[in-house]
Ligand binder design. Structure first.
Ligand SMILES: Nc1ncnc2c1ncn2[C@@H]1O[C@H](COP(=O)(O)OP(=O)(O)OP(=O)(O)O)[C@@H](O)[C@H]1O
Ligand SMILES: [Mg+2]
Length: 269
């Protein structure tokens, strides 16, 4: 079986509608966040997971990390059902949500990392080795004694990545990791992810609205819309299919956002 196996996955949420004028009751409505989604990812792959706002990307990542339980479907990651033995599962994965932090706000980075070492029960020697390696690759050396709250957004994202990888997970989920970053920070982050994937063999599932991230990193991309998987395959084929100017090479696409927008439109999104 593949490393990540997702079969006929469904998840919906019951939400309360806004109260109608003059009515005392708020009606309920079901949002079908994921409808019959299936895919498989092999160990060591770096896959882009894209789709417009509300498509169900974060919901998928939450299910894969065991935060949410689906209503139907089969999901295994490395043979484990994510939400059944969460503690065991999280020791094999790393998750970075671009808009949230897993580090402690007021303490120096090094103290946060040391806490994570204890939480994940990383042996001292492997922790030291991994920390050295990550601080070098992420250029964090000078910042280790600085509290998180004093870091810039770009520095904070590098610090988050380091924290999520200290226990050497087999799998890293990234949910909009380049959000709000300047051009230089984005390039550095992409270089790092390429290194982590190639050198360490870490499987990476990347969710982003920044198409340059996808072009730079992913040869395979899955497109989600209204909770359904609409495309799964090569990035090159996807772009060629929807590029009206019929540019052949990915690198030559003048405005990748335009191509993606036209694709979403053609798919009825
Ligand atoms: N906890 C929740 N309660 C109610 N509805 C939710 C919840 N989480 C997600 N949803 C709904 O499920 C749908 C999918 O949301 P999700 O966050 O997975 O989308 P997304 O693809 O990550 O979007 P974005 O690109 O904006 O981050 C949306 O309609 C959202 O409003
Ligand atoms: Mg999201």
């Amino acid at each position: 079986m593949s490393y990540i196996f997702v079969d006929h996955l469904c998840k919906s949420f019951v939400v309360r509608k806004k109260r109608e004028k003059g009515s005392l009751l708020r009606e309920k409505e079901t949002v079908h966040a994921l409808q019959d989604v299936s895919f498989e990812i092999e160990k060591g792959e770096l896959v882009g997971y894209i789709g417009p706002n509300g498509a169900g990307k974060s919901t998928t990542v939450k299910i894969l990390s065991g935060i949410l339980v689906p209503e139907s479907g089969t999901v295994t990651v490395g043979g484990r059902v994510p939400w059944e033995n969460r503690k065991e599962h999280v020791s094999h994965i790393g998750v970075v949500f671009g808009q949230r932090t897993q580090l402690w706000w007021d303490v120096p980075l090094l103290d946060s990392y040391s806490l994570l070492k204890d939480i994940y029960r990383v042996p001292e020697a492997s922790y030291k080795k991994r920390l050295d390696e990550l601080t070098e690759a992420l250029q964090l050396g000078d910042l280790l004694r600085t509290p998180l709250r004093l870091l810039s957004l770009g520095q904070r994202m590098r610090a988050e990545l380091c924290g999520s990888l200290l226990h050497s997970p087999e799998l890293l989920y990234l949910d909009e990791p380049t959000i709000g970053l300047d051009a230089v920070s984005k390039l550095a982050l992409r270089d790092f992810l390429r290194w982590e994937n190639a050198e360490k063999g870490t499987t990476i599932l990347l969710t982003t609205h920044d198409m340059e991230d996808i072009v730079a990193l992913c040869s395979r991309v899955m497109v989600l819309g209204h909770g359904s998987k609409l495309y799964d395959g090569g990035l090159q084929e996807l772009l060629t299919q929807y590029d009206t100017t019929k540019t052949v090479q990915v690198e030559e696409h003048q405005n990748i956002d335009q191509v993606i927008a036209s694709m979403y439109k053609n798919l009825g999104l």
